[in-house]
Write a protein that binds this ligand. Structure first.
Ligand code: ZN
Length: 259
C-alpha cells in the first residue's frame, strides 16, 4: 500500500470527481491520504469532507503563501480546530521566499505562532518551505520545536536534509524527481537513508514529467515510487513499505482511531 503524504484532495477542482478518483486510488494501492489545509476559510470544508473518507487524515494551518487575507486571530482558533476528526498534524505552515509572497516578517510571525500551537498540542507539523530552509530551521530552533513532521516537497542539499532529519523530520519526495533535469535532487535522494523520506503528490499541483499542464492526482504516487526505486536502485515494494513506515513514525496519531 502507498500513502500520499501531501495532497489537496479538498480543493474545488476535485469536487465533481472526488468519489470516482478515490475509488481509482484505492484500486491502485494508494490507500492513505494526508490532506493539509491552506487557509482559514478552507478548514470547514476539509472537516466536513473528511467524515466521508476514512482513508484521509487532516492537518490544519495557515499556508504561508496565502496569508494575504489571514489574521492572527485565526491562529488562536487553530487549537480548537485540531480537536476535530482525524487530525494528525498542524499544516501546512512555513515560509515562502517567492517574490510575490507576503512580507517575510509577517510570515515568520504566523509560522512561529503556529509552531507554538503545534508544540503545545504535541502535534508534528507539515512544513511548506520555498527557498527558505535556513530560515525555517532558525524558527524551529527558536521555539525549541521537537515534535518533528514532514518537510513538504524537499529540494534542498544533503546538508540541509541532515539538519531536518536531526530535528525529527522526514522529507517529502514528489513529482520533481521524475524530471531528468533534476540532477541535484536525484543525487540527494540516492544518498538519503531509507528512513529519511516519504512520498507525496501535492495534487492538484506539481504534475509529473510527461503530464505537464494536467491536474495532478494521488494516482501519481506509484509512478513517483517507481522513479524513486530506479534512482535508489531499490525494489519498489520496499519503497512503498518504508515510506509508509516513515510517515506513520512521524505522524503517530495516524492510526489512533479511524472515526
Ligand atoms: Zn501543499
Amino acid at each position: 500500500m502507498y500513502i500520499d503524504s501531501h495532497c489537496h484532495f479538498d480543493f474545488d477542482v476535485f469536487d465533481d470527481q472526488r468519489d470516482a478518483l478515490m475509488s481509482r486510488c484505492l484500486a491502485s494501492g494508494v490507500g492513505g491520504f494526508l490532506v493539509p489545509a491552506t487557509t482559514h476559510s478552507s478548514w470547514s470544508k476539509l472537516a466536513s469532507l473528511i467524515v466521508n473518507y476514512p482513508e484521509w487524515r487532516a492537518a490544519y494551518g495557515l499556508h504561508p503563501y496565502f496569508l494575504r487575507n489571514a489574521e492572527l486571530a485565526q491562529v488562536d482558533l487553530l487549537g480548537e480546530q485540531c480537536e476535530s476528526s482525524r487530525v494528525v498534524a498542524v499544516g501546512e505552515i512555513g515560509l515562502d521566499c517567492w517574490p510575490d509572497a507576503v512580507d517575510m516578517a509577517v510570515q515568520i510571525d504566523f509560522f512561529s505562532r503556529q509552531l507554538s500551537v503545534a508544540k503545545s498540542l504535541q502535534l508534528p507539523v507539515i512544513v511548506h518551505s520555498r527557498k527558505s530552509y535556513d530560515l525555517v530551521l532558525k524558527c524551529l530552533r527558536n521555539v525549541k520545536f521537537q515534535e518533528g513532521g514532514v518537510i513538504h516537497a524537499f529540494n534542498g542539499s544533503l546538508e540541509q536534509a541532515k539538519r531536518f532529519l536531526d530535528l525529527g523530520f522526514v522529507l517529502g519526495i514528489g513529482g520533481t524527481i521524475t524530471y531528468p533535469r533534476a540532477k541535484k535532487a536525484h543525487r540527494v535522494l540516492a544518498a538519503l537513508d531509507s528512513r529519511a523520506f516519504v512520498l507525496e503528490t501535492d495534487s492538484p499541483d506539481m504534475p509529473l514529467n510527461g503530464f505537464q499542464g494536467e491536474i495532478n492526482t494521488p494516482l501519481s504516487i506509484p509512478l513517483i515510487a517507481q522513479c524513486v526505486a530506479t534512482i535508489r536502485a531499490e525494489n519498489v515494494e520496499l519503497i512503498a513499505m518504508q515510506t509508509c513506515d516513515n510517515l506513520l513514525r512521524v505522524l503517530p496519531k495516524w492510526n489512533e482511531g479511524s472515526l
